[in-house]
Design a protein. Structure first.
Length: 94
């Protein structure tokens, strides 16, 4: 899933940010639903980390609560992310 900003959202102040777009979230929902139906194991990775303390506002994931809500619906416990260039762990209450 690519949460990179769309061209129309790329403004100088948004460079480095990601955004949770509804159409991408809907696609992720369909995939997670299918995986659950098939009882498949999987690993989720995203470039933009949601709710990461210490991450500059210039690099944040916009509308991250939408992603967290979806992950909670599927009882996702662990995701791997990048973008921050430093190792960290975060427990997100949901």
């Amino acid at each position: 899933m690519d949460f990179s900003l769309k061209q129309e959202d790329l403004k100088l102040q948004n460079v480095g940010k990601g955004k949770v777009y509804d159409e991408i979230l809907n696609e992720l929902n369909k995939i997670l639903c299918k995986l659950r139906e098939l009882n498949e194991k999987f690993i989720l990775t995203f470039h933009y980390p949601p709710k990461l303390d210490g991450l500059s506002k210039l690099l944040e994931l916009l509308d991250e609560d939408k992603l967290i809500s979806l992950l909670n619906q599927y009882n996702i416990k662990i995701i791997f992310t990048g973008h921050s260039h430093f190792g960290t762990q975060k427990i997100i209450d949901g």
